[in-house]
Ligand binder design. Structure first.
Ligand SMILES: O=P(O)(O)O[C@H]1O[C@H](CO)[C@@H](O)[C@H]1O
Ligand SMILES: [Mn+2]
Ligand SMILES: [Mn+2]
Length: 390
């Protein structure tokens, strides 16, 4: 007899505003869902509406419902960072008490010169930047000099952009592996992630090769809900960025990140056709990477509406033994200043275990605790409280 399955889809960056500590992050007023909807004169998301998305915050075009199709609520993040890794780790029971180092002034000289020495190429950039804007600024200089474009953001990231018409992809990967060894592999954690950012093209029309992006991350600092679920004998299927975020720990199967969110929904649906029991953990990154960081509310709205149109297929793929959870890992308000993530609460919509309100959850770890409760896995000493009834 097939067992139970839990499916979590993280709509990356789709925050619902009003984090109690937003001011400490300089993010007062940020609300990805509400401000996106307002910027486009109202969202059309009837399927998310039926699940209670409009109950989580005020969203033009998506009114609240008295009879949601599932449980709805919000989660407040405890971790000291509004980053993808922190958000996903906390969902799986690991709270980052201290933020990882960030580099608002660029990386220190000793790191840059060692990277130059070890890779045999110079560095230009070395500052916080948007990954598309810095190409407009420096790509032609890279074409002329063959130097690396190094940049960071408000997150703890060492990002290396390389034009694949100038620097072979393998050389970019090898350089990022060296950076990873130097910044993470020598004991002291100096960044959360090194990211290879290949691109090609010419001024005004640079194309980032998202399918060849590669992240070199850190291992989870301790046991996660993923490890517990795996140890209990379940399949843990990662879709998209999830494997990189956990450095593969606690994951039994990985579906390589297909090109866009629609393809990731396809991958989840295909997985559900054959998966007998276990956990499917998927990240839909376009909300964040293509629209939030690009401060593109129209694109963000379209991506929400496209996802909404796929929701009936997902719901149809569920059986009585399935739990589906939709949430986000942080905010990324496309109407806010700058190009970085925004500290926000995240929406929580849960299908398959009754209906009603689960309130504002104190910490993202309640999600992992709920997945464990659903699958009958012991929570152990990990933080979090299940929001499932019973
Ligand atoms: O502007 P791009 O290159 O998309 O980079 C964004 O992606 C990084 C990692 O997800 C974030 O820290 C932000 O810098
Ligand atoms: Mn994210
Ligand atoms: Mn991001």
């Amino acid at each position: 007899m097939p067992g139970r399955r839990a499916i979590v889809l993280v709509l990356d960056g789709l925050g619902a505003g009003d984090a109690p500590d937003a001011a400490a992050f300089g993010d007062e007023g940020a609300n990805t869902l509400a401000n996106t909807a307002r910027a486009v004169g109202g969202l059309k998301a009837p399927n998310l509406e039926r699940l209670g998305l409009g109950n989580t915050t005020q969203i033009e075009g998506v009114p609240p419902t008295d009879e949601p199709g599932g449980l709805w609520g919000l989660m407040v993040e405890k971790s000291a960072a509004k980053a993808t890794l922190a958000g996903h780790w906390e969902m799986m029971g690991l709270i980052l008490e201290d933020p990882l180092p960030t580099y608002p002034e660029g990386f220190p000289e000793e790191i840059v010169s060692r990277f130059e020495r070890e890779t045999g190429r110079g560095v230009i950039g070395n500052k916080p930047a948007s990954g598309t804007e810095i190409l407009e600024e420096l790509a032609e200089e890279q074409r002329a000099s063959g130097d690396w474009i190094l940049y960071t953001s408000a997150d703890s990231v060492f990002q290396v952009a390389a034009n694949t018409e100038v620097i072979p992809l393998e050389e970019l990967y090898a350089a990022c592996e060296k950076a990873h060894r130097m910044l993470i592999g020598e004991g002291e954690i100096k960044v959360e992630r090194v990211i290879a950012r290949p691109y090609h093209g010419s001024p005004g029309a640079y194309e980032r090769e998202h399918e060849n992006r590669h992240d070199y991350g850190i291992e989870p600092f301790g046991e996660t809900y993923l490890n517990r679920i795996e140890a209990a004998g379940h399949e843990v299927v990662a879709v998209g960025k999830i494997r990189d975020i956990f450095d593969g720990s606690g994951i039994t199967r990985h579906l390589p990140a297909p090109p866009d969110d629609a393809a990731k929904v396809d991958a989840v649906l295909q997985t559900l056709e054959t998966l007998e029991s276990g956990f499917v953990f998927a990240n839909l990154v376009d909300f964040d990477a293509k629209f939030g960081h690009r401060r593109n509310p129209q694109g963000m709205a379209q991506n929400i509406e496209s996802f909404d149109r796929r929701l009936p297929e997902l719901l149809a793929a569920l059986s009585e033994e399935d739990l589906l959870i939709l949430t986000a890992d942080h905010g990324n308000d496309p109407t806010f200043r700058g190009t970085d993530h925004t500290r926000e609460r995240v929406p929580l919509l849960v299908v398959g275990s009754g209906t009603g309100e689960v309130g504002v959850r104190d910490g993202f770890s309640d999600l992992g605790a709920s997945v464990c409760a659903w699958l009958g896995v012991e929570r152990g000493a990990l933080p979090g409280k299940s929001f499932l009834p019973g």
